[in-house]
Design a protein around this ligand. Sequence first.
Ligand SMILES: Nc1ncnc2c1ncn2[C@@H]1O[C@H](COP(=O)(O)OP(=O)(O)OP(=O)(O)O)[C@@H](O)[C@H]1O
Ligand SMILES: [Mg+2]
Length: 244
Amino acid sequence: MSELALELKGVHKRYPVRAPESGAGEELLRGVELSVARGEFIAIEGQSGSGKSTLLHLLGGLDADYTGEVRVMGEELRALSDAARAALRNRAIGFVFQSFNLLPQLTALENVLLPEAFCTTKGGIPDARARAKEALEEVGLGGKSSSRPGELSGGERQRVALARALLAAPPLVLADEPTGNLDARTGQGVIELFQRLHARGTTLVIVTHEVRVSRAATRVLLLREGRLEAPRIDPLQTEGEGAR
Ligand SMILES: Nc1ncnc2c1ncn2[C@@H]1O[C@H](COP(=O)(O)OP(=O)(O)OP(=O)(O)O)[C@@H](O)[C@H]1O
Ligand SMILES: [Mg+2]
């Protein structure tokens, strides 16, 4: 098995434009290179619109429309059939969407249990129901398991999405601004949860605007002008941020 959880080589991505006669759209990703060893905790920063969510979708095998190579757990995603890619996703990746993607008609517990419905492994996810309850406890929502998304706050929905990503104990967790809607204390709880996952050997790639998340990470990368780079250290920002 590959030592690398993720490997990107020369990844380019552009979205199709609505008015093709005006020429091809601008390239959003322009040669992204990335190697993530198993067990790393990576924070990805970058301005709004820089392509962070786009990049995370590629890493999660949710978008195969790119050029270059994307390897997840050693497997080149585009070389896989749709079914094989879906199976890899189910087996290896917990994905926390920026927009949560909860099903409104299901309760919090049922939403957390969704991956079980798509699980292709024989016997499904062991003890799925008990684990779903545990995952909700772990994000501080043990008391809200019967609530539907419409009855939850934005931050609570975000945490349901996080619990769902953790249901199958995936070796790789990709999360898109998972503390974006949380107050400082609840956000701290989620960061501590990531640290526990990291300690257990889970590979984490977290898109974030929050300095506290970046501080918890073992490596911070900045997406800028279509490429990943090491961020410039800004001492002024490092001061004073502790209060947030
Ligand atoms: N499906 C799509 N079709 C066309 N353009 C898209 C699509 N999705 C995103 N874009 C464009 O690509 C750019 C990057 O979007 P993306 O969501 O990756 O940014 P981001 O870095 O995650 O921003 P934010 O911090 O605001 O979440 C944006 O300009 C957006 O308009
Ligand atoms: Mg985004």
